[in-house]
Design a protein around this ligand. Structure first.
Ligand code: FE2
Length: 355
């Protein structure tokens, strides 16, 4: 990662800007990829994101009021519709089009609302990740958001090297075998040519951590698979299979003895020092079970906050070291092959970015 003044995240990308449940009648201020935006939902239920800056004197529109489906700036009263078109200014009837504010393309899918931060006229829908678990009736999901006072690259590093589970998340999802089991790393591209980094770790006959023991009822020993697909820049999917030791998926792909969990993260750079950490835990068992929902929500939030505390501290130390000129650099190991592949992909995407 870099802390120089140059932008370190791509703009030609979809990022999750909000949980679906966060966006309603009230104005919600959010900064994504260096840009201040204001969100709300129209009376027809459509989420809207406009530049959070009045065209007149740049006052934040998020401080204003809803007037029907429009926003009225609380400084001089200018009004903007959900396309960003200025519909009213004080003291004159004719409004120049340069008074309009930009509108950002949004797509709402399940628990998440995505924003396109490239050219607003040309959102690339082929790049939008699929998240079918949010709406598949055979799956249940819980989700949340934690803000991180750290560069988004630190969260990518964290998520691509799950050996940290053993130490940072001991007693929750970490057991000794995670750190002891080697990984396989590879890269591929989607049909639309987008890079994916894969990291997998398959553990056999290992302890079932509390996270899975209490949610699935499985008892040690288990087989535990972690298969990561990281879609740069902002989407991460961890496919987890936990099953009684020795149980294998059937040739037709069915896997009745196993429990499957898909842990999703949407990693949204706010700026060079802040990140939005959206998480979701999707499962194909206990669907409709409110206790399992509550357990996994509380458990995963605890785990996420363990990462947040560590990454916030790490970010402060890295900034201090770079400011003071005392940075001693890093040493990388086999566990870092996924994280290093992700850094290369992100550097390529950012340098090729024309937005
Ligand atoms: Fe973690």
């Amino acid at each position: 990662m870099s802390m120089s003044t140059a932008r370190t995240y791509p703009l030609n990308a979809w990022y999750v800007i909000a949980r679906s449940v966060e966006v309603g009648d009230e104005l919600l201020a959010r900064k994504v990829a260096g840009e201040h935006l204001v969100l709300y939902r129209t009376s027809a239920g459509e989420p809207v994101a406009l530049a959070d800056r009045c065209s007149h004197r740049q006052f934040p529109l998020s401080q204003g009021q809803r007037v029907g489906d429009e926003i009225q700036c609380s400084y001089h009263g200018l009004r903007f519709d959900s396309c960003g078109t200025c519909t009213w200014v004080p003291g004159q009837d004719r409004i120049p089009s340069r008074a309009n504010v930009p509108n950002r393309p949004l797509v709402e899918r399940g628990a998440w609302i995505w924003v396109w931060m490239g050219d607003p006229a040309h959102p690339d829908h082929d790049r939008l990740p699929a998240t079918p678990w949010f709406t598949d009736p055979e799956w249940a999901s819980v989700d949340g958001l934690e803000p991180l006072a750290a560069h988004y690259g630190l969260l990518i590093d964290n998520l691509l090297d799950l050996s940290h589970e053993t130490f940072l998340h001991a007693g929750f999802i970490g057991t000794p075998e995670v750190a002891e089991t080697p990984i396989n790393t590879s890269t591929s591209t989607t049909t639309s040519g987008r890079p994916i980094v894969h990291v997998s770790r398959h553990m056999s006959g290992v302890d079932c951590p509390p996270f899975y023991a209490e949610s699935t009822g499985l008892q040690s020993p288990i087989d535990r698979w972690q298969d990561i697909d990281y879609h740069a820049p902002g989407y991460y999917q961890l496919n987890v299979r936990v099953a009684p030791e020795g149980s294998e998926p059937d040739a037709d792909g069915s896997d009745p003895e196993a429990a499957h969990v898909v842990v999703l993260y949407a990693i949204t750079p706010v700026d060079e020092h802040n990140t939005l950490d959206f998480w979701a835990v999707c499962r194909n068992f206990g669907v409709g079970n409110a206790e399992t929902d509550a357990f996994l929500t509380s458990m995963n939030r605890t785990v996420v906050l363990q990462d947040v505390a560590a990454l916030d501290l790490l970010h402060r130390r890295l900034v201090e070291a770079r400011t003071d000129g005392t940075d001693t650099g890093e040493v990388s190991f086999k566990i870092d092959t996924g994280g290093l592949a992700a850094r290369r992909v992100l550097a390529d995407l950012t340098s090729a970015d024309v937005a």
